[in-house]
Ligand binder design. Sequence first.
Ligand SMILES: [Zn+2]
Ligand SMILES: [Zn+2]
Ligand SMILES: [Zn+2]
Ligand SMILES: [Zn+2]
Length: 352
Amino acid sequence: MKKIIKTLIIAMIVVLAITALAACNNDQPTTPTEPTAPACDHMWTAATCETAKTCVLCQATEGEPKGHDIVVDEAVAVTCTEDGLTAGEHCTRCDYAIAQETITAPGHTEVVDEAVDPTCVATGLTAGKHCSACDEVLVSQSEVAMVAHKIAYVTTLPTAEAAGKTTGVCTVCEGTFTYDEVNVMGAGTYTLEASALSGIAQYSLADGEVRVVGGVFECHLSNKYRTDDGQKKTFPDEYYGTSRMNFGGKTEINSDANPDMIKNGIVFTTTEAATVTVWWVEGGDDHRQVALYDMDGNIVVQSDNQEAAKNDPCMSTFTVEAGTYIVGNVINTNYIFKVEVVVGTSAEVPAE
Ligand SMILES: [Zn+2]
Ligand SMILES: [Zn+2]
Ligand SMILES: [Zn+2]
Ligand SMILES: [Zn+2]
């Protein structure tokens, strides 16, 4: 019995020793197992532009941020008068943006367009303004009408043998001007009525320009001259005028201002003594008179209608020797409706 117990004890020691040995071998390192956390019952928030889908409990993420949904805000070009914008962009989902900045309109850059003086061959322009940046016209230029030629005239008087005529050359453009021939008045009756010059508008002629009526009356007109058609007037002799020569000024014959010009006068040449009658109307209240001048500009004979008032109808009759005369206005413009020249023996013969 004792021997059995002894054997058991030894066996136990052996077992223990083996067990202890085995325990020693277990000290060799083995992969340590993480402490297993309790599984999270994730509560996901949706992904945003800049963050992925994220668990609010454990901060775990899943997937990628969405990235911004960019919309480009186009630049707006600045003009002289309208503000512009720089280019920008923004996200349709979040507050992300590159803001557009205002570019303030600078206003126009004014440039003066100089006036251009008109000449006798070209129209002019008024001064204007435009913008050098955008070319917008700020003050438009308008056309200025051409001005009349400035003509120096040479008048050759008619003789019994040869016709006369007036020619002219413009001192600015050198244009030449010739007018109809004129003849002397032999015995007979010669009549000029304003209607023969019908249709001449003011400012359509140069100073001193000539219109010949009936081959014998050489009318030297002016830039201010016009024929007033339809201006009716009854005269003391019952003559009923319907058109008048409106001279626009007094008569000038080779004046200091215009040395080579007859202006506002009607030239005629008679071969015999003549009776000259002028049907005229006062152009003003300053007792303007009509007269016959010689070619040197001297008054040969003058009307005596000293009391005539503006628009008074007047008839003035002059008797002169053979020669060249100019019917004209002494003080200022008058309105001449008719001129009649009765030359020589024919003076006794009624006009046809
Ligand atoms: Zn979680
Ligand atoms: Zn965004
Ligand atoms: Zn501009
Ligand atoms: Zn000219």
